[in-house]
Design a protein around this ligand. Sequence first.
Ligand SMILES: [Zn+2]
Length: 190
Amino acid sequence: MSFPYPISSDYAAHVARGDPGIDLATPVGVDLYVPRGTWQVSLSRFITRADGSPSYGETMEITDGILRLGFAHLKRRGYALGAMPDPGKVFAQTGDTGNVTGPHVHIWAIKGGVKVDPTNIEALQEVFEVAQFTDEQAKMLISLIKQSEEDLQAKPGAIPGKLRDLAKRVKAIENAGGTPHSHKVTGTAT
Ligand SMILES: [Zn+2]
């Protein structure tokens, strides 16, 4: 998976120092978007450590109930603990808070209570790039895909024609436009 910002410290390096995650070399103020699906804010805090060990600064974590994705050293948190921001909304902005040598975002991923390598987690791609379709377009596409699946199961011989038809209808949905997602950070977490 490729991120729009270079990995400045990879998973292996983080594991070696007992803090599994990755660092992306983001400038201050990069918008982080809620991925598709249903996500809830599971952590929204300024995290400091009095003992002098690294602190995360402004930190947010979101979860879809299976996966937890955490983001540290933020400039701004857009939502408080428990909030359920819509997909495509900006939930935070990158920054340089906490114990850092420069602006970056530290990211962790937790599955089944265990920190895992975030590098290949697909939802992270959408965190850095707002989904290209509006919610309405996405809904139309999903129903089209479901209908196509049923059609193809009923008539496997019709696949080439069905695929051409599908491509045409996807293009029509792309061209239909719609209301763009809001990119505004709303609310102030405490
Ligand atoms: Zn880090």
